[in-house]
Design a protein around this ligand. Structure first.
Ligand code: NAD
Ligand code: UDX
Length: 473
């Protein structure tokens, strides 16, 4: 046919979809097909209503769909056609069995390898795009080697570093592309072939090739270091609240040291998302498996600090409101785990909502992108909170269609996701319709606290000095 190369990607999720759309956009001579077990997911990719919200994504998909970008459930046929098969399936934390609550479940990756071994009729390069425990490539390779046609597969590790909400710019100009391969002539040639795809738009010096294990491990380490920065600044936010220091000032000052760097030092109600906790737990479990208990404890502390930060926030809400929120309406602005995404996996907002519901508050949630159904799926999966486990709980949580509705008559509003639109709200108007005293809890430090206090709000923020507590302000 008219194409130089055929790529198949198994898994049409947050990573597979955007990554393959950008490869298709940047490489017109490459045919890319993303396959998935879920018909619903594939239908959504083929419709104008994409399954994920990601700024810039609809434009990229529209540009390529039906030309060199396809979404299909015909997994066998698409694997057969491909020169390169990406495995981009979910690898969640195990919920039962050995390593439950910590180890990453690589079941889906192994199933993909078995499928490739079963249906392939020619040699292929198999690329681990999913985040996996170090040495998973060995398992993938052994499964592939068991094929009955004597086919030769090369396994590469090519972890993805995109962040949700900025996936398209991250993919268009990545800090680096990492490709790990076996250090044999065949392995090096396979890595070179994959590097050639990225070289269509990524400068060569940013395409890094390493051995397989360094590549697999680097992904876990990168996320652990990023999350560690958030937990570090969050630990300092608690100390700021106790002493009258201002965490934004501390963060700015510390970050101006080039060796530390200014990004990723925003204190918050804690980090969420599908990656940080899962990947650190994965790292912790790996350390333990290799008998490195001190290393495991060191990284596990990043998670313990994050749990503390989430709990500290909801406890502060309750204690500030005279130790009771029973029967009080509380507006929650933002449920997604960060702005510019509808993703709610491990979102810190969920824990605040859960704690408030347990205190019998009437919680009204507004988020510009989150669907009520997705909110409950996540609350059930992660917090074991559902109508079945807690009858009446669904009625205790209202989903509002605007921030103003959510705040109407509320005793407090809490900003839990840093959506830009929350900075632009008419807080004078909101104040008038709230119960008094009207509380603001800014879990992202995005609002103008001085202006809010002038209106009459009692404002509590993360790591900020409280004027009611410190008279020298
Ligand atoms: P996701 O849940 O959004 O998508 C995974 C998709 O794979 C689902 O649609 C599922 O139906 C499909 N799938 C599962 N098993 C399959 C099989 N055997 N055959 C075909 N399809 C199958 O997950 P995601 O967020 O895209 O993450 C995928 C991987 O990438 C994970 O390992 C994750 O850790 C990693 N990662 C995620 C991000 C992120 O920001 N979400 C960033 C970097 C890396
Ligand atoms: C992360 C990594 O950044 C990305 O490189 C990797 O590929 C996948 O995991 P993601 O989880 O999509 O990306 O979002 P990220 O921007 O890292 O934010 C994660 C969480 O940390 C969010 O809840 C965010 O609000 C929080 N965060 C981030 C802070 O609380 N403070 C910060 O300074 C930065």
């Amino acid at each position: 046919d008219e194409f130089d190369l055929h790529i198949c990607c198994m898994g049409a999720g947050y990573v597979g979809g955007p990554t393959m759309a950008v490869i298709a956009a940047k490489c017109p001579k490459v045919r890319v097909c993303v396959v998935d077990l879920s018909q619903k997911q594939i239908d959504a990719w083929n419709s104008p209503d994409l399954p994920i919200y990601e700024p810039g994504l609809p434009e990229v998909v529209a540009q390529c769909l039906g030309k060199n970008l396809f979404f299909s459930t015909d997994i066998d046929a698409e694997i057969k056609k491909a020169d390169i098969v990406f495995i981009s399936v979910n690898t969640p934390t195990k919920t039962m069995g050995i390593g439950a609550g910590r180890a990453a479940n690589v079941k889906n990756c192994e199933l993909c390898a078995r499928k490739i071994a079963e249906v392939s009729e020619s040699d292929k390069i198999v690329v681990e795009k999913s985040t996996v425990p170090v040495r998973t490539a060995q398992a993938v390779r052994r499964v592939l080697d068991c094929n009955e046609r004597g086919l030769k597969f090369q396994v590469l590790s090519n972890p993805e570093f995109l962040a949700e909400g900025t996936a398209i710019p991250d993919l268009m100009s990545p800090d680096r592309v990492l490709i790990g391969g076996v250090q044999t002539p065949e392995g090096i040639a396979a890595a070179e072939k994959l590097a050639g795809v990225y070289a269509n738009w990524v400068p060569r010096e940013q395409i890094l090739t390493t051995n397989l294990w360094s590549s697999e491990l680097s992904k876990l380490v990168a996320n652990a270091f990023l999350a560690q920065r958030v937990s570090s600044i969050n630990s300092i936010s608690a100390l700021c609240e106790a002493t009258g220091a201002n965490v934004s000032e501390v963060s700015r000052c510390v970050g101006m040291d080039d060796r530390i760097g200014k990004r990723f030092l925003n204190s918050s109600i804690g980090f969420g998302g599908s990656c940080f906790q899962k990947d650190i737990l994965n790292l912790v479990y790996l350390c333990e498996t290799y008998g490195l208990q001190e290393c495991a404890d060191y990284w596990n502390q990043v998670i313990l600090m994050n749990n503390y930060q989430k709990k500290r926030f909801s406890e502060k809400m309750v204690s500030s409101m005279f130790n009771t929120v029973t029967g009080k309406k509380i507006a929650i602005l933002g449920f997604a785990f960060k702005k510019d995404t509808g993703d709610v996996r491990e979102t810190p907002s969920m824990f605040v909502v859960r704690d408030l519901v347990m205190e019998q508050a009437k919680v009204h949630v507004y988020d510009p992108q989150v669907k009520r159904e997705d909110m409950w799926v996540e609350m059930n999966y992660t917090c074991n909170l559902s109508e079945e486990t807690h009858p009446g709980v669904e009625a205790a949580v209202t989903t509002s269609t605007s921030a103003y509705d959510a705040c109407d008559g509320a005793h407090a509003l809490a900003v839990l996701t840093e959506w830009d639109e929350f900075k632009e709200l008419d807080y004078q108007k909101i104040y008038q319709k709230m119960a008094k005293p009207a509380f603001v809890f800014d879990g992202r430090n995005i609002l103008d606290h001085e202006a809010l206090r002038k209106i009459g709000f009692e404002v509590h923020a993360i790591g900020k000095p409280d004027p009611n507590k410190f008279s020298d302000l």
